[in-house]
Design a protein around this ligand. Structure first.
Ligand code: FES
Length: 76
């Protein structure tokens, strides 16, 4: 495992679901926000640490992030 992979953020740890799985569910269920995914019971109702990464995932389509790399430009 490379050092980049070792420290990547790629899942909601509390709900044991990967961002890839969340992205698939979001597309399938036409959910467009982190709050939508939480209301559907898929993620994020516990510690909230994944929320900014999920928001970035929904805006960029990325499913793996470096820790702290959750900023995006919502204007683009
Ligand atoms: S990591 Fe998603 S709620 Fe804790």
């Amino acid at each position: 495992m490379s050092s980049n992979k070792r420290y990547s953020v790629s899942r909601c740890v509390c709900h044991r679901i990967s961002f890839e799985e969340l992205q698939d569910e979001a597309r399938l269920r036409k959910l467009s926000s982190c709050q939508d995914l939480i209301k559907a019971g898929l993620c994020g109702g516990s510690c909230t640490m994944c929320h900014p990464y999920i928001e970035k995932m929904l805006h960029t389509g990325e499913t793996e992030f470096r820790p702290g790399d959750f900023h995006y430009n919502s204007d683009s």
